[in-house]
Design a protein around this ligand. Structure first.
Ligand code: HAM
Length: 440
């Protein structure tokens, strides 16, 4: 028996974005770009590979990402590098490296790019996934925290989400957080035997993360735990109060979530996430979809990171930003029953008959493309019937028929696909004639 050849696959957690899904990426990118232009953000793309130190320093050694999820390796030259797991640390590095602190502040940047995390692959969780993110560097005003939430909210609304939930919290700063960590440790001292092994470890290395635990036994205990917003320093307290007041003013609905701490260590003060409409609500979800929603959580999140640039050896630079998962958004829109965004339809179809016409066809076709008329063709087919059938299927209003006689006379036949009426026009006037008819 001949051995069956094994088909080559992508590595686990890596996936192709096939032509049928590209319209989703285009659709999301167009919205992101539209809002970025409106709010004066400029695009930045950082390299996929960075020195590992950027992430260990920036995201924090005790974060899940650095502890378990980095795709790191040593190059032949001996450099320790990592496929970027997120965009905030690289953007901050680029801000320092390119002297953006000399530009008028704040500097507003956005990106739309793939990220890499070595997570357990499952529905909606990938090892390579796409994010779009917005970052504002060089300004500490709480108005920007609210504006960045508003921008994120408006992009999601524009993509078709309704009843979005903003969850928000403040996790204080390097002044007030150490004290709160002590309070949390004290609270858990007598309950240590009741929490999961991960939380036992977290209490040693990063006590705030126990508030983020998804284990049921830990969730029960945390409802009794002290809340950080009751222990903020005056500056953090006022900052947070202002953020909420601005959100009220902007009528952005939000829920205060005292347990929201987020998984990256660079955050200070405001942290937030935006969640899709709850699983119990209007659109019908399968049991699998509901499980998926609960597991995947937020569409995206962000917060203030006032110490990151300094930590990466830059100047003292307050900053705030967010990032959203593109696969996560697409999955959710599909669950809501949204049709794949459609491309603009073809306007005309170019039919060619015979060798001479075929030879000249490419050049004639180019003229229609240059005139920005969306023209379909099937140059590999010879039969008029087959070509008109495709034109019919595409639903174009007009077909242009170019045969031997027309190629010699410098003319082309314009066929109305609805009535079947045909008219011969001069090739030089064809574009104007088509435009005139399409305008009607
Ligand atoms: P994050 O919460 O780690 O934040 O990621 C943002 C979003 O990326 C998540 O809400 C999720 O939609 C998506 N995402 C994360 N991991 C995966 C995965 N393995 N597969 C699919 N989607 C995923 C950050 O990355 C911060 N840099 C956000 C930020 C920007 N904070 C300030 N500025």
């Amino acid at each position: 028996m001949p051995r069956k050849k094994k088909t080559l696959q992508t590595p686990g957690g890596f996936h192709d974005i096939l032509p049928q899904d590209q319209p989703w990426w285009d659709f999301i990118y167009e919205k992101v770009k539209h809002f970025a232009d409106f709010y004066s953000f400029e695009r930045i793309e950082t390299p996929i590979l960075e020195f590992t130190e950027l992430f260990t320093k920036g995201i924090g050694v005790s974060s899940d990402i650095v502890e378990k999820q980095m795709l790191s390796f040593r190059t032949k030259g001996g450099d320790d590098v990592t496929l970027r797991p997120e965009g905030t640390a690289p953007v901050s590095r680029a801000y320092i490296f390119h002297g953006m602190d000399h530009l008028p502040q704040p500097v507003k940047l956005y990106y739309f790019s793939p990220m890499f995390r070595y997570e357990r692959p499952q529905k909606g969780r990938f090892r390579e996934f796409w994010q779009f993110g917005f970052e504002i560097l060089g300004e500490k005003s709480p108005v920007l925290d609210s504006q960045i939430i508003l921008i994120f909210f408006r992009i999601l609304e524009n993509l078709g989400f309704k009843n979005l939930k903003v969850q928000i919290n403040s996790i204080g700063c390097f002044q007030c957080r150490p004290y709160f960590k002590k309070i949390i440790k004290n609270f858990y001292k007598s309950r240590i035997s009741q929490v999961c092994p991960d939380c036992k470890r977290r209490l040693k290395v990063n006590p705030l993360r126990v508030l983020d635990c998804k284990e049921e036994r830990c969730q029960r205990i945390k409802t009794l735990a002290p809340q950080i917003i009751d222990h903020l320093c005056e500056d953090c307290h006022n900052h947070f109060k202002n953020v909420l007041e601005f959100l009220d003013e902007l009528a952005v609905p939000y829920n205060l979530n005292p347990y929201l701490v987020r998984g990256l260590d660079y955050y200070t003060k405001t942290v937030f996430e935006i969640w899709p409409e709850a699983a119990s609500s209007k659109y019908e979800l399968t049991v699998e979809d509901k499980e998926f929603q609960a597991l995947q959580g937020a569409l995206g999140g962000g917060g203030r990171y006032d110490d990151l640039v300094k930590l990466l050896r830059g100047k003292d630079t307050p900053a705030v930003g967010f990032a959203a998962g593109i696969e996560r958004i697409v999955q959710e829109l599909k669950m809501m029953g949204r049709e794949t965004p459609s491309k603009p339809p073809f306007q005309i179809f170019f039919v060619q008959i015979g060798d001479l016409a075929k030879r000249k066809s490419l050049g004639v076709f180019e003229k229609f493309i240059e005139a920005k008329i969306r023209t379909a063709e099937s140059f590999s087919r010879d039969s008029v019937r087959a070509q008109l059938k495709i034109a019919d299927r595409l639903g174009v209003k007009y077909a242009l028929i170019f045969g031997q006689k027309e190629a010699l006379d410098g003319t082309i036949i314009l066929r109305d696909m609805t009535t079947g009426a045909q008219e011969t026009v001069k090739l030089d006037n064809a574009i104007e004639e088509v435009k005139k008819r399409l305008r009607k």
